[in-house]
Design a protein around this ligand. Structure first.
Ligand code: ADP
Ligand code: MG
Length: 680
């Protein structure tokens, strides 16, 4: 069975459909049969007409009472058919389907499926699908519904899928080892694939799904563990000198580190002093103080005779890090420099020269650091900040500028540990689960339109007292469809109508980096009172004097993102506020707003977000460099994930390189799935 064959050879797939399938990412027979349904419709059981409920989607079995009538109606044609069963009669209607005229034979039984309209006992189904009594294409079974794009209909894809499944029937080679199937009581591959598309009953579907989810999660987990093992076994990292004490930095800090900071520093210190390379993820909520942790690690690397690279996602952030680093590390004779794309050619050349000579100890910058001509004398530590902006590849690319330097990845996206294990299975994890003391909770309120004036008065009060405000809106350009206020429009309103007396500016992601930086600089220096912005401010810029953030159309944001945004305020000593303006009355929206108002804990929020939105949305898989899951849902499938995590550990304990005969299938599975990650 050649699963790699082009999907165009599947029966029912002509040239135009090939293109449509390709758009869905379906190129081969294998892609096709692993294109799983989004949901299902149970059309297995018919109802009596008298039982039909308004608005419900139902199958009825009924006899055609007459011919299809075909009437003209405002440029359309409308077809009507009267049908009946023992309990009553109903009308089937279609538009522009004149070919149906001779489709039905009077007195013959058909099955119809569609949405019921019950108008004072008059039952109608608009545009029903149907089958003859003995056939089961549209009815009489559980029907899969696929995630589809324009132009490819469910019926067409379903037919193609049926053909494909007929072709592979009982010929699929098992992809999981027998002992795994047995140990975890998993269904074999042929039945699983068949049942995931066309389950006969709910139970079949559940069994099939469990197996496929298990397989998907297991291969991900094993691949990540292998990457991690490769680091450990093949790479002899730097053994940083035990005599160099991080406490030298800690002692000159203007504040006391939290217990959590001290704990993660110890974990990092141990990694650095050990023989293997460090590959550690540092997770901590916004404002939990990750930067200073990175600084301590960089100090150690430098005093041990190595250089450190700190990579931030934006120039503003890199600049901010540089300032923070210099403030402290100057006193310890450490030379920090900034490399961002904005600096002049001459300055850059000179900087690169000094870097290569070893005259720069810590290089802080944006992805400009990754460029080929950036050469270190002896890079010993790489820190990437806000890792969700960098891919795994970028991370490794910079690590390759040294000889197995230690790597610390920092992220402010708090995620539950179980999930961190699968998303960052190749990294060890440290968590800062405590904020510095005396940090005031950002008071959060959710309000609707009718409160706008009060909100504005509140902003004014804060600005009058010398503070600054952020106003965040979700989109850059006018989008009529969603009726969202664009930055520019919002800017006009605030500047000319609401706050003409204050300095209002705006910033958005489509501006040139230099423009953005200059606006952020002016905001930081206090020159701008009110900054209208898109989510570009989401990433760690520190403006302690800004103590109020208003988020327009807050219902449009994910909770994790709202939390990140909110983290921009509450960085100073003053009480800070976050006002979520939302529209809509749905229970879901209210619930989400309530969560934001009731907690400032990023971990709680991310867990809730995951619960409410599902994992697909949440992670924006591309950002993580993790392949998209075809079937697993990290929230729903948490129980399976836990089993899989243990299974993976056991398998690796027994056969770390998956070399044993019995694990050959697993080996193959992860190689084909994760080729580009394994090369690390
Ligand atoms: P994040 O984890 O979001 O990157 P930062 O490292 O930017 O947080 O820290 C936020 C602010 O808290 C900074 O101004 C930093 O100087 C300060 N800070 C960090 N650790 C402590 C601490 N232990 N006590 C008081 N302030 C701290
Ligand atoms: Mg930070």
């Amino acid at each position: 069975m050649d699963l790699s064959k082009d999907v165009k050879y599947v029966k029912g797939v002509g040239p135009s459909r090939v293109q449509l399938l390709n758009k869905l990412g379906i190129f081969t027979l294998e892609d096709l049969i692993t294109y799983y349904p989004r949901t299902y419709e149970d059309r297995s059981k018919a109802k009596n007409i008298v039982e039909c409920v308004n608005g419900e989607e139902t199958v009825i079995e009924a006899i055609a009472c007459g011919k299809v009538s075909d009437v003209r109606l405002k440029g359309k044609t409308m077809q009507k058919l009267l049908v009946r069963d023992e309990t009553g009669s109903a009308t089937m209607t279609w538009f522009n389907q004149s070919y149906l005229k001779n489709k039905f034979k009077i007195g013959q039984k058909y099955k119809f499926y569609g949405k019921i309209t019950n108008n004072f006992g008059k039952i109608t189904i608009n545009s029903p699908v149907f089958d003859e009594e003995e056939t089961n294409f549209n009815t009489g079974k559980i029907i899969p519904l696929y995630p589809l794009t324009y132009k490819l209909s469910q019926n067409v894809l379903r037919k193609i899928m049926e053909n494909a499944l007929l072709e592979v029937e009982n010929n699929l080679k098992e992809t999981l080892p027998g002992y795994i199937l047995e140990q975890y009581k998993l269904e074999e591959i042929n039945k699983s694939i068949k049942d995931i598309h066309f389950p006969r009953e709910l139970k079949d579907f559940e069994i099939a799904r469990k197996r496929l989810v298990f397989e998907e999660l297991l291969s991900t987990q094993l691949a990540l563990l292998q990457i991690k093992n490769n680091y450990i076994s093949n790479q002899n990292g730097i053994e940083f000198d035990k005599e160099i004490k991080i406490s030298d930095v800690i002692n000159i800090l203007p504040f006391k580190l939290t217990k959590a900071q001290l704990r993660v520093l110890e974990e990092i210190d141990n990694d650095m002093e050990s023989k293997k390379s460090m590959n550690r993820l540092l997770q901590g909520d916004v404002g939990s103080g990750k930067t200073v942790v990175a600084m301590c690690a960089a100090y150690k690397a430098v005093k041990c005779g190595y250089q450190a690279a700190i990579m931030a996602p934006t120039a503003i952030l890199a600049t901010q890090h540089l300032e923070n680093f210099q403030n402290i590390l100057k006193k310890l004779d450490i030379r920090c420099e900034l490399l961002i794309s904005g600096i002049s050619k001459k300055k850059k050349e000179e900087l690169l020269e000094r870097l290569e000579q070893g005259q720069i100890d810590i290089l802080i910058g944006t992805h400009a650091i990754i460029e080929e001509n950036v050469k270190f004398k002896n890079l010993g530590l790489v820190v990437t900040d806000e890792q969700h902006r960098f891919g795994v590849k970028q991370r490794t690319k910079i690590a390759q500028k040294g000889k197995n330097p230690d790597v610390l990845v920092m992220t402010a996206t708090p995620i539950p540990r179980t999930l961190a294990l699968i998303l960052y299975g190749d990294l060890d994890i440290s968590i800062i689960d405590e904020l510095p003391p005396n940090r005031k909770k950002v008071e959060t309120f959710a309000v609707q339109k009718n409160m706008t004036e009060r909100v504005n008065a509140f902003i004014e009060k804060q600005v009058k007292e010398g503070h600054q405000a952020y106003i965040v809106c979700p989109l850059v350009e006018e989008n009529e469809e969603l009726d969202l206020k664009s930055v520019e429009q919002l800017y006009e309103t605030y500047k000319t109508e609401i706050f003409p007396q204050y300095k209002v500016e705006y910033i958005h992601g489509k501006m040139r980096p230099r423009e953005k930086d200059s606006i952020m600089e002016r905001f930081k220096s206090g020159e701008i009172d009110i900054l209208i912005s898109t989510t570009v401010i989401e990433v760690g810029v520190d403006v302690p004097n800004s103590n109020i953030m208003v988020i327009e159309n807050a219902e449009r944001f994910g909770l994790a993102q709202l939390h990140q945004l909110r983290g921009r305020v509450g960085r100073g000593d003053y009480q800070s506020y976050c006002i979520l303006k939302f529209e809509g009355k749905s229970k879901m929206v209210r619930e989400r707003m309530n969560i934001m108002c009731s907690t400032n804990d990023g971990f709680v929020i991310s867990e809730k977000d995951l619960e409410l939105r599902g994992s697909g949305d949440f992670f924006g898989t591309l950002q993580h460099g993790i392949p998209e899951f075809k079937i697993a849902n990290l929230f729903e499938d948490m129980p399976i994930l836990k089993i899989v995590q243990n299974a993976a550990i056991e398998i690796m304990k027994d056969d770390a390189k998956l070399e044993k005969e019995k694990n050959q299938l697993l080996n193959k599975l992860i190689k084909t799935k994760f080729m580009d990650r394994i090369e690390i």
